[in-house]
Design a protein around this ligand. Structure first.
Ligand code: HEC
Ligand code: HEC
Ligand code: HEC
Ligand code: HEC
Ligand code: HEC
Length: 505
């Protein structure tokens, strides 16, 4: 060994000893929530860090999922009209691994005031820090420092600036994202949940809180709880923008039905706490947007009934350096079928893939049919709104907003159907498994979405007849044009990859 190499190693070791956080009694690095970085938490677990860092990969798209963050709006242009008037209609991409959870929040145009203000959202005033709840490992520390309500309502970029100021240059981007501390307790690395919104929602459903582990739970159930902190439908409640899950009508230990979410939001509308996510740009219906309801959908699945957990499928066992570990590269299980094969050992890889493809392609076909029905309803409402605006009783109302509100009243039953059909369609579409988490529930909900959209057209026809307007019901809706890429050259929002084209024929 050359002496310079020796000195470098010696110096390096010395440096790492000096910068080492203090050790606990068992010789392991002492961990705490006030420093949730992977740098600290991962020191004693190099294999886990290595697996975690595999989530940097963005080269594995699947037919409907995978880790390449291509533009969903370019692949499915219908989304731009289905979400018209909401920021999702300008930027929405396939998600990727946890490594990017904060990076993607920095980058999305849904979090870019200047961009939105100049792209049809003049009144958009910035996202709240509540967005960070599921995108940053610093949340428990931030809640401790700022208080729960203040943390939620503080503007997102102010909290980012605070973190950078308090904790230095090291915590940009991925270092501000999801970490080991999200799922593990600092003293013994046992599984725990850390997110207040989840604990609140579960306590509301009759589960019991626990000081150390967040919830009292069996080890087995923890293998769902850790994921269910974030992979859920949510909204921001009231002036404090408090992150809330619409679960109070979901009974303990039962599968969720989408009607329970709808009932929750209808009650919230009736008692004035939450009217809508947005007003649809074309129809003016009071809309609900569903977001990643993996937890809710999976609860009704065949696998859940048999006690299979998120972790069983997404974090199967893996041998690394001769050790039998839990795979911390959370990705599409279709990249390697090891998880499925551990139970479905009487089937070949080919059979499992065929089984998944059948479910997913059928789900997406049903999804497209529901989309067509909702687009047709939107088109018909648009026509009737225009016709009504020409009628004397509406024409005389000078104030445009007032006039539009009166027109909405005249076709209220159809607008209600738009809300109800769309939240069902979105419940399945925003759920990231394309049906596989609970095939029959996904198809039931999509069937209802289609039915409600068609019912909306009939109710519209009826309302319009009161004003002597004849409606010719649309059956084949016009497909909107695909938007341009926002940032050519960036993988985020890129063109849909080859494998998706095969699935779309
Ligand atoms: C029976 C196995 C199984 C269980 C249990 C399961 N998943 Fe999945 N999950 C899948 C499959 C298969 C896909 C489809 C992947 C694809 O299309 O590439 C998927 C897709 C996903 C995706 C999107 C992945 C991507 O690549 O886009 C997320 C997120 C997800 N699941 C989260 C969860 C959560 C959270 C739970 C527990 C509440 C859960 N899953 C339970 C098998 C499972
Ligand atoms: C309740 C947890 C939760 C909250 C709160 C949350 N997210 Fe997410 N977010 C997720 C999950 C889970 C995914 C991955 C699944 C998906 O994309 O559907 C995700 C994905 C994303 C993505 C990547 C895919 C895309 O949509 O383009 C962006 C960007 C994003 N979120 C931005 C935000 C913003 C902005 C807010 C605040 C308005 C927010 N998130 C609030 C859980 C959350
Ligand atoms: C999204 C949740 C989640 C995150 C984030 C996470 N883990 Fe885990 N971890 C698990 C689960 C689930 C298990 C399996 C525990 C069980 O069922 O006993 C596990 C197991 C472990 C184990 C026990 C050995 C093994 O592999 O089964 C260690 C050590 C560990 N994780 C370290 C880490 C480190 C270090 C990080 C950060 C780089 C991390 N984990 C991030 C969920 C997570
Ligand atoms: C702290 C919140 C949080 C927790 C806890 C969490 N996730 Fe996620 N998950 C996210 C966010 C946010 C994204 C999207 C990241 C992005 O696109 O930037 C995501 C993305 C994913 C993906 C998509 C990966 C890909 O390649 O497209 C899968 C699969 C997934 N999570 C599964 C799980 C499972 C399984 C668990 C539990 C073991 C879990 N997550 C726990 C927030 C969380
Ligand atoms: C822990 C065990 C276990 C794991 C892991 C598992 N399965 Fe299953 N799976 C079952 C059981 C049990 C059933 C129900 C009995 C049956 O139909 O064989 C089932 C049923 C199914 C069905 C029929 C579901 C339905 O609703 O009719 C499909 C499809 C399926 N599994 C796919 C998968 C895929 C894909 C994976 C990997 C991502 C996977 N499974 C992982 C145990 C498992």
């Amino acid at each position: 060994m050359k002496s310079t190499t020796f000195v470098t190693i010696l110096f390096g070791t010395l440096l790492s000893v000096l910068s080492q956080p203090s050790l606990a009694d068992d010789g392991k690095t002492k961990l705490s929530d006030s420093d949730p970085t992977i740098k600290s938490w991962g020191k004693d677990y190099p294999e886990h860090v290595e697996m975690y860092m595999m989530m940097k990969d963005t080269s594995k798209p699947t037919e409907y999922g995978g880790n390449t963050p291509y533009s969903k709006l370019i692949r499915f242009p219908q989304l731009t009209e289905l979400w018209a008037g909401y920021a999702f209609s300008v930027d929405f991409n396939e998600e990727r691994g946890h490594y990017y959870s904060q990076i993607d929040q920095y980058e999305t145009k849904r979090n870019d005031k200047e961009f939105l203000n100049s792209h049809g959202f003049a009144k958009f005033n910035g996202q709240p820090g509540a967005c960070m709840n599921c995108h940053s490992g610093w949340v428990p520390e931030l809640v401790r420092e700022m208080g729960w309500e203040n943390f939620n309502r503080t503007p997102y970029w102010d909290t980012v600036a605070k973190l950078e100021e308090d904790h230095g240059e090291g915590i940009h981007g991925s270092e501000m994202g999801s970490t080991c501390a999200d799922c593990h307790a600092p003293d013994d690395m046992s599984l725990r949940v850390t997110r207040p919104a989840y604990i609140n929602a579960m306590v509301g459903r009759g589960y019991e809180a626990d000081k150390k582990h967040g919830l009292k739970s069996s080890q087995e159930d923890m293998r769902n709880h850790v994921c269910q902190q974030c992979h859920v439908e949510y909204y921001f409640k009231g002036k404090n923008k408090e992150l809330t899950f619409p679960w109070s009508n979901w009974p303990k230990d039962k599968p969720l039905k989408v009607e329970m979410i709808e009932e929750y939001y209808d009650n919230a509308r009736a008692n004035g706490t939450f009217k809508q996510d947005w007003s649809h740009k074309t129809t003016k219906a009071p809309m609900l947007k569903m977001q990643h309801p993996e937890t809710e959908m999976t609860s009704s699945g065949r696998h859940t009934r048999d006690g299979v957990t998120c972790v069983d499928c997404h974090m199967p066992e893996k041998t690394v350096n001769g050790k039998q570990l839990t795979n911390h590269n959370l990705e599409s299980p279709l990249n390697e079928l090891t998880a499925c094969l551990s139970c479905h050992d009487d089937q070949s890889e080919k059979q499992i893939r065929a089984m998944v493809r059948d479910v997913q392609r059928y789900t997406v076909k049903e999804l497209n049919d529901a989309e067509n029905a909702i687009l047709a309803l939107i088109e018909d409402i648009k026509g009737v709104r225009e016709d009504l605006a020409k009628k004397a009783e509406f024409k005389i109302i000078e104030d445009e907003q007032e006039r539009e509100a009166e027109i909405s009243k005249a076709i209220q039953p159809a607008l209600e159907m738009h809300r109800r059909a769309s939240m069902r369609w979105d419940f399945v579409g925003a759920e990231n498994s394309s049906g596989i988490h609970s095939p029959r529930e996904a198809w039931r909900v999509l069937g209802d979405a289609l039915k409600l959209a068609k019912e909306g057209q009939l109710l519209l026809k009826e309302s319009a007849e009161h004003y002597g307007i004849e409606v010719k019901i649309t059956t084949e809706a016009t497909m909107p044009a695909a938007p341009e890429m926002i940032n050519p050259g960036n993988i985020v929002g890129s063109m849909p990859p080859e494998v998706t084209k095969r699935a779309d024929y």
